[in-house]
Each structure stands twice: as structure tokens, then as C-alpha cells.
Design a protein around this ligand. Structure first.
Ligand SMILES: Cc1cc2nc3c(=O)[nH]c(=O)nc-3n(C[C@H](O)[C@H](O)[C@H](O)COP(=O)(O)OP(=O)(O)OC[C@H]3O[C@@H](n4cnc5c(N)ncnc54)[C@H](O)[C@@H]3O)c2cc1C
Length: 416
């Protein structure tokens, strides 16, 4: 039995805590906040093996540069000469090629399927309801260019063994009889599921507490104390915590924490926004991605609908740009003409920071400088989807068990 300290109470930290406690360890999760909000709460809730294409794709850099001039666009990089951003941007641009997209498909599929299987199992745990539904996801498109791309994606998905079919506009409309859809067609990814992230996080916290996991809030980790190549103590603003092993799962803040254990990981925060209608007057049966707008619409937990999107590569201290939410709501109306959603006040808008690795694949594994430290972060747009699976992998690493999947593509120090 080891004393494990997990830094970060997002989905990655909490699911790691779940599997490590299950394996018989004494687990403490420490967070700089109070466990009531982080990127793992307001996201779109997709558990999506369909997302086997990483963020870094051919053409994205050029598109990003064009979109920088539009303050309602779905992708934005803050223009600055900051070295961290330049370093990340260079590696991101180098990864945005067809070979990388091709090489990433199997690793992303494998970790997503592992994770989905774990969520299916979690959904059977008594008193742990997180509104998990496995009914597929629609990727709706309006342009012929997107329709052609959809053909290619469906073929690739099928070759990866994922259940995906193309729908013409009439078949799409039949799937959503209560809502008028303005589209050429859609991909239906039957392989995908979704859940209500807020319920998942609250339920997981309750479950962990019941199992004796210690949650330490408002305790920002500031450093470590070591003995040779072994970390002995985690230092926080409220004192130190003894550790036999440490898991760094600090999301968008992981680059700074990793640097404190002499490890470089290229990582930038990718801010996104969401708005949730608690008792929506609109009806959707399936979660949907509005392809050209890069907007996610998720009916969740009964009558709720969540609208989310935008990817702003910025620092976590940049003030929010709420006009981006206007961009999301405009796009929704273009696809669903009956959805008249007024711009909410700032206090009803959620935003969070996706931890974006430079190549769209997470960093999961031990580090070279300290044998007892594992990093699990960089999940970009997929942290919720890959969350349960990542927790299981972290536990396997710490227990020195055979890994459920090949971890090589996720090596923490792959960028040197
Ligand atoms: C609009 C939007 C929609 C999204 N939709 C989806 C989706 O449908 N499916 C999907 O898979 N993903 C989605 N994502 C991405 C997903 O939400 C993230 O990838 C995921 O939440 C990251 O989880 P995490 O645990 O790594 O980080 P976080 O949830 O951010 O948790 C990190 C924690 O570390 C803590 N921390 C940081 N520094 C310190 C420190 N020094 N000391 C102590 N604690 C510290 C923070 O306080 C925080 O609680 C979406 C994201 C956004 C913004």
C-alpha cells in the first residue's frame, strides 16, 4: 500500500484516484480550488471514440490565422511573442500533417474505447448516476466541402471498426422530428455516448469520499521535496504532504508544475465557453456537432441542453471574450432555425481551459527525472471522453501492471 498524492481535482485526477484507491492505496487529491469547478464541469459531455482525429490537422494553422481577425470565430490564437506560445505553436504546426493524423487514429480510438468501457461500468455502480446515455452523436454539415470530408471520415471510422453511417438530410430530419434542421446531412456515430459532466464530477467526489479518499481543497501546490530521484513531499501553500508516489493531473496548469520536476511538456490552455438551458423549450434526441461552426449541442440529464464551443489559445489570466458566445448562439440558429437563444448575462456563461498538448494526444506516463512521478494531462478536447480510461492507465503505471493499451504514443517526454 502506497501513500499517493494526486495533484488536480479534474476528471483526470479524480478518475486516477478512483482506480488507485480501488487498487488498495491511500489516496489524497489536492487542488488549488474547492473541487466545485474546472474544465471538467461545463464541457459538452461527449464520450466519443469518433474523435480519432487530433486537433492538429492539415489546414488548421492557415484557418486559425484567418479566424484570428474575427472575434466570433471558433478558433483563436492570442497574437503574442510569448516564448511558451511560440514553442507550442511551432510544434503544433509541425504536427498538423496527414501522417500525424493517420498515426494518431489507432491510439486515440484505443484509449477512447477503453475509457468508454470504464464509463459503462461506472454507470452500473449503485447511487452513482451521471446521466450516461449511449445513443450516438450526430455530426451535422451544411456545405458540400464538409459533406465530402464526411464521406472520408465515415470510411476511416468504419476501417477502424467504429459504427458510423452517413445520413442524407431527410433521414437526419427523421431522427429529430421535433426540431427543424437546416443541413445537407450528417454522420451518425452510433459508437458515441454522452453524460452530464456536472453530475459525473459531483457523484465521483461523493464516491471517493465514501471510499476514504482524502480531498484537500484550496491548497495550491508550489513545489516538491526530493531525496535523489524520488519525490518525498508535495509542498502546498498550506504545508506539505508526504508521498510515496505523485500524479500530476493539473490540466492547463500542468506545464508549470511539470517544470518543477524538471520535465518539459509543451502545453497551452484552450479556452472554450458553454451555456446551459436548465429547462429548455427545445427538443433534441441526440447530441450534435455543428461541423462548420465547430459548435457542440448536447441534450443532457432530462430537459437540459448545453451549447459549447470556441478554442481560444490564451493564457489562463486573459479576461473572457463573451462575444464568442454570441458566435456560438448565431451558429446554432443557422442549423436549428427555431432555436432563439438570447445572449445570457456573464454570470450564466461558463468557460474553462482545455489542456492542449502540441500534437493533440495526451501525455500519460512516468517522467525521467523522478521515478515516482506520473503525469496525466494534455487531453485537449477529449479529457472527459478519455477520463475514466486515463485513470485506469495511471493506476496500471503506478502498480507496474501490464498496460491495457499501448502507451508509447502518449509518452510524456516525446518532444524531448
Ligand atoms: C467548451 C468545452 C467543451 C468540451 N467538451 C468536451 C467533450 O464533450 N468531451 C470531452 O472529452 N472533452 C471536452 N472538453 C475538454 C475537457 O473538458 C477537458 O479536456 C478536461 O476537462 C480536462 O480535465 P483535467 O482533469 O485534465 O483538467 P481540469 O478539469 O481543468 O482539472 C485540473 C485541476 O487542477 C487544479 N490545479 C491546477 N494547478 C494546480 C496546483 N498548482 N495545485 C493544485 N491544484 C491545481 C485545478 O484547480 C483544476 O481543478 C471540453 C472543453 C470545453 C472548454
Amino acid at each position: 500500500m502506497k501513500q499517493i498524492v494526486i495533484i488536480g481535482g479534474g476528471i483526470i485526477g479524480l478518475s486516477s484516484a478512483y482506480y488507485l484507491q480501488k487498487a488498495g492505496h491511500l489516496v489524497t487529491v489536492v487542488d488549488k480550488g474547492d473541487f466545485s469547478d474546472n474544465c471538467s464541469y461545463g464541457n459538452a459531455g461527449y464520450v466519443c471514440p469518433s474523435h480519432f482525429v487530433p486537433l492538429a490537422t492539415p489546414g488548421i494553422v492557415w484557418k486559425g490565422l484567418k479566424w484570428m481577425l474575427n472575434n466570433r470565430s471558433p478558433f483563436y490564437v492570442q497574437p503574442t511573442l510569448n516564448r511558451t506560445l511560440l514553442n507550442w505553436g511551432l510544434r503544433f504546426a509541425r504536427s498538423a500533417n496527414a501522417r500525424h493524423v493517420n498515426d494518431s487514429a489507432v491510439p486515440l480510438r484505443d484509449i477512447a474505447l477503453l475509457s468508454q468501457a470504464e464509463y459503462e461500468y461506472w454507470s452500473t455502480i449503485p447511487n452513482f448516476d451521471f446521466a450516461y446515455e449511449h445513443k450516438g452523436l450526430l455530426e451535422i454539415f451544411q456545405t458540400t466541402a464538409a459533406a465530402e470530408h464526411a464521406h472520408h471520415i465515415v470510411e476511416t471510422a468504419q476501417s477502424l471498426g467504429l459504427d458510423a453511417v452517413l445520413l442524407e438530410s431527410t433521414a437526419l430530419q427523421q431522427m429529430e422530428p421535433q426540431t427543424r434542421i437546416n443541413a445537407l446531412g450528417a454522420i451518425l456515430f452510433k459508437c458515441d455516448a454522452h453524460l452530464y459532466p456536472n453530475k459525473l464530477m459531483h457523484g465521483l467526489i461523493t464516491l471517493l469520499k465514501q471510499k476514504g479518499v482524502k480531498l484537500v481543497n484550496d491548497s495550491c501546490v508550489t513545489g516538491f521535496e526530493s531525496n535523489g530521484a524520488v519525490i518525498k513531499k508535495v509542498l502546498t501553500v498550506n504545508g506539505s504532504i508526504d508521498a510515496d508516489a505523485v500524479v500530476i493531473a493539473t490540466g492547463s496548469w500542468s506545464r508549470e508544475i511539470a517544470a518543477k520536476v524538471n520535465t518539459k511538456i509543451p502545453l497551452m490552455p484552450g479556452r472554450g465557453y458553454s451555456v446551459t438551458l436548465e429547462d429548455a423549450p427545445y427538443r433534441l434526441h441526440h447530441p450534435a456537432i455543428l461541423t462548420e461552426a465547430r459548435v457542440a449541442v448536447t441534450p443532457m440529464d432530462g430537459n437540459k441542453i448545453r451549447f459549447g464551443g470556441t478554442m481560444e489559445v490564451v493564457s489562463t489570466t486573459t479576461p473572457p471574450r463573451y462575444q464568442r458566445v454570441q458566435g456560438i448562439l448565431h451558429s446554432v440558429k443557422k442549423f436549428f432555425p427555431e432555436f432563439d437563444i438570447p445572449m445570457p448575462s456573464a454570470d450564466r456563461i461558463w468557460y474553462g481551459y482545455r489542456p492542449c498538448s502540441a500534437d493533440g494526444l495526451p501525455y500519460i506516463g512516468r517522467i525521467k527525472s523522478y521515478h515516482n512521478v506520473v503525469i496525466a494531462t494534455g487531453h485537449s478536447m477529449l479529457g472527459l471522453s478519455l477520463g475514466a480510461g486515463t485513470g485506469k492507465l495511471v493506476s496500471e503505471i503506478i502498480n507496474e501492471e501490464k498496460s491495457s493499451i499501448n502507451l508509447k504514443p502518449f509518452a510524456v517526454e516525446r518532444f524531448g
